[in-house]
Design a binder for this molecule. Structure first.
Ligand SMILES: Cc1cc2nc3c(=O)[nH]c(=O)nc-3n(C[C@H](O)[C@H](O)[C@H](O)COP(=O)(O)O)c2cc1C
Length: 395
């Protein structure tokens, strides 16, 4: 069956149903890069599990004809309270990659955040989407490369810059080491050889990958005098990209538009980000891919919301797989959430059609959840709709 028809089939009911489809289409190294987390993957699992600690308090015998799912994010009205998170190397998952995901987001009335580690030019991604496009910045390639891309983002009409602060080095993603990701991306033929069988097992992916030009340099990390930076594995990419608060001040001078700080897990960091001028922060542990043993973002959300005191938007990401997850995060004070693997499994399974279907599943989930809760509008959700463990209360 062709991939677009497969993801439209009634058997794809929830986000989790995309995962085996993605696994079947991708070489093991690419699937594990997408699916995996750091070290023992405790945080990766906890991100999803934490939603079970919060239960609902519905208002029954309440009827209304339609649900209002709209929200405002950085001044943009979105049809949905979730955006697509930055997912590096998306073009390896499907040739459409970042362009396909951004187009699907725009058509659904929501925003797309483009990773620095993108296979497509930011101008093409921006042009593909009818919704807001934000650019996620890593300082890869040094300050001059960052200055260049910030200028390009401004010219292309990118709406906000998202600075990720939880990657001073890359987390130990054990699956990537075992699968030879580094060797496959930047090794010579001899180093690649032991890892090639997994790629040959997915001939359809391989043909599409080769037709798409194979391993390409990063078009948005242009080093002056040298050109686009070659594609490197994540450890090499992040080794040169650590940011500190002083960098934030420097970035504020270059970029006068809204700045989002992604990767906050404590009230103290949240305050600092707000004091440095962040318009929004995303409570995030990088999808469990960095420090294993971090709390789930949902668990950190109440502390961050309290610390921010309404002076910036609070978003969260990590573990979103269902509409009920999104509703719980909003009840705990998030303005919106970011969805990472949830749409990336769809992208891997069927390109743009897969992303569109993933977004649609979450949208229908949200409508059903609001009806079952007896709440007509997303903006009316608050703590009164959930039971939160006593230990989560912020004093
Ligand atoms: C394959 C993959 C690549 C990612 N690449 C980036 C990236 O380039 N920049 C970034 O800030 N976050 C990156 N993230 C983290 C996501 O933006 C987001 O924080 C995370 O995926 C949320 O968790 P979820 O996947 O459970 O939704 C990546 C996540 C995944 C799964």
């Amino acid at each position: 069956m062709n991939p677009a028809r497969r993801v439209a089939s009634p058997r794809v009911v929830c986000i989790e149903d995309f995962r085996p489809l993605a696994r079947r289409r991708l070489p093991k190294a690419v699937f594990d890069y997408l699916d995996g987390g750091a070290e023992g993957e405790v945080t990766l699992r906890e991100n999803c599990r934490a939603f079970q600690d919060v239960s609902f308090r519905p208002r029954h015998a309440v009827t209304f004809p339609a649900c209002d799912l709209r929200t405002r994010v950085l001044g943009f009205e979105l049809s949905l309270p979730f955006l697509l998170a930055p997912v590096g190397y998306s073009r390896l998952m499907h040739p459409g990659g970042e362009v396909a995901a951004a187009r699907a987001a725009g058509l659904a009335g929501t925003g797309y955040i483009l990773s620095t580690i993108s296979g497509h030019r930011l101008e093409d991604v921006k042009a593909a989407s009818s919704g807001p496009v934000f650019y996620q910045l890593y300082l890869m390639g040094g300050r001059a490369a960052a200055e260049d891309v910030i200028q390009r983002a401004r010219t292309a009409g990118v709406s906000a810059l998202v600075l990720t602060i939880d990657t001073p080095v890359a987390g130990l993603r054990e699956r990537d080491f075992r699968n030879g990701v580094k060797e496959l991306i930047s090794g010579g033929l001899r180093e690649k050889l032991p890892f090639l069988p997994q790629v040959l097992e997915r001939p359809r992916w391989l043909i599409n990958f080769l037709r798409d030009g194979g391993i390409r340099p990063l078009p948005n990390v242009v080093i002056p005098g040298k050109g686009p930076m070659p594609l490197v594995d994540i450890n090499a990419a992040l080794a040169s990209a650590a940011v500190n608060w002083a960098d934030l001040r420097w970035i504020r001078e270059l970029w006068r538009g809204p700045l989002v700080v992604k990767g906050v897990l404590t009230g103290d960091d949240a305050r600092r980000a707000v004091d440095e001028g962040a318009a929004a922060i995303s409570v995030s542990n990088h999808g469990g891919r960095q420090l294993d043993g971090l709390p789930a973002p949902l668990r950190a959300l109440p502390e961050v919301v309290a610390a921010v005191r309404g002076q910036a938007e609070v978003w969260m990401d990590g573990g979103i797989r269902r509409g009920t997850d999104i509703v719980k995060a909003i009840c705990l004070g998030a303005r919106a959430v970011l969805c990472g693997r949830g749409y990336a499994y769809g992208l891997a399974a069927a390109g743009e059609a897969g992303v569109t279907r993933a977004i649609e599943i979450l949208r229908v989930d949200l409508e059903r959840t609001l009806h079952l809760l007896g709440c007509p509008s997303l903006t009316k959700l608050d703590r009164s709709y959930v039971n939160v463990p006593a230990t989560w209360q912020v004093v």
